[in-house]
Ligand binder design. Structure first.
Ligand SMILES: C[S@@+](CC[C@H](N)C(=O)[O-])C[C@H]1O[C@@H](n2cnc3c(N)ncnc32)[C@H](O)[C@@H]1O
Ligand code: SF4
Length: 303
């Protein structure tokens, strides 16, 4: 109860400083703890193309990075890779990094995984499992056998806040409805978050044409209205139809696998914000406008 009040108070202070004083301090950090991965997904620009390009941070480096982000104002952290569950430093595993973030003072941790190896027990508050379709659709993007391994490891998980996230591209857009139903009927998954492919260099051909993207958004917004377990808000989904809105991406900062700190997502430097597909981009605008639907959705996914 007191913890919750302290968090709400922090949020109000952060918001007032941003709105009234123009301070642009991050509230959330996306922290890549390396780029090593056990998959080579078609849509991904992160995994090392050559073994010598593999990057891995040690425990003390992650500690320094977390402390820096905390001092900048961040209170929520999402651990990313590469594949975070491959991470080791001696006896330490990624669970020790979740604990570390809490010790430093972060309110909540999330982790995004491809679920190719068992990830239970997991001490992150929330787990995002990347699910790019059911069966053949997922495997088309992530490689043969990836869906079966994901199903097996998700079945083994005892985590109480397990969610799925799907990146929609030209290979899997027809599978969106089936994936929504799969998550709705799944005994372990709570919610599905959807994003669209963002055309990082080398992955441009995966991009969905804009007309189809808008059709998928309308259909998803419709499913949302009918009670589908979508994490995105309806307003957030619809906002993704035209990316000319004023973005508030500074709400998240990024720490890259090589330790570079970025105040915004790399899409800005690459000049691809007009083709951004991240569902969170739209939700951050909702947060900035204190949209009740966005606040309700944020609370729902974190509890
Ligand atoms: C880089 S991965 C790291 C975590 C983990 N390896 C996984 O796949 O879940 C984080 C998320 O970024 C998504 N992603 C990768 N490439 C993307 C792209 N070009 N556009 C949008 N999302 C992308 C992945 O699908 C995944 O959900
Ligand atoms: S599993 Fe994640 S990090 Fe690895 S290649 Fe796929 S999207 Fe990239």
């Amino acid at each position: 109860m007191f913890k919750r009040m302290a968090q709400d108070f922090y949020f109000l202070r952060w918001y007032a400083a941003a709105r009234l004083l123009g301070r642009r301090n991050p509230l959330q950090t996306v922290l890549a703890i390396g780029n090593a991965c056990n998959l080579k997904c078609k849509h991904c620009a992160v995994y090392p193309r050559k073994p010598e390009d593999t990057l891995k941070k040690d425990y003390q480096t992650v500690r320094r990075e977390l402390e820096t982000c905390y001092k900048m104002g961040s209170r929520f952290v999402d651990f990313e890779g590469g594949e975070p569950f491959l991470w080791r430093d001696g006896e330490r595993t990624v669970n020790d990094l979740f604990d570390l973030a809490k010790e430093i003072g972060f309110y909540s941790t999330t982790v995004t995984t491809n679920a190719q190896i068992p990830f239970d027990p997991c001490r992150s508050d929330l787990v995002w499992v990347s699910l790019d379709g059911v069966g053949k659709y997922h495997d088309l993007i992530r490689g043969p056998g990836a869906f079966d391994r994901l199903e097996k490891n998700v079945a083994l998980s005892t985590h109480p806040n397990l969610n799925a996230n799907m990146v929609i591209n030209r290979y899997n857009w027809e599978a969106v409805e089936e994936t929504v139903r799969y998550v709705a009927d799944h005994p372990k998954f709570r919610l599905l978050a959807v994003s669209f492919h963002t055309p990082y260099p080398g992955t441009e051909e995966m991009t969905l044409d804009w007309e189809t993207r808008c059709k998928v958004i309308d259909r998803s917004a419709d499913l949302h209205k009918k009670g589908a377990p979508l994490m995105n808000t309806r307003s957030g989904l619809l906002r993704l139809k035209d990316m000319s809105f004023k973005k508030q991406c500074w709400i998240s900062n990024f720490v890259l696998p090589d330790g570079t700190f970025e105040k915004k997502c790399g899409g800005d430097k690459l000049g691809i914000c007009d083709r951004c597909g991240f569902g969170m981009t739209a939700e951050m605008v909702g947060l900035w406008n204190l949209n009740p639907e966005t606040i309700r959705a944020g609370l729902k996914v974190r509890t």
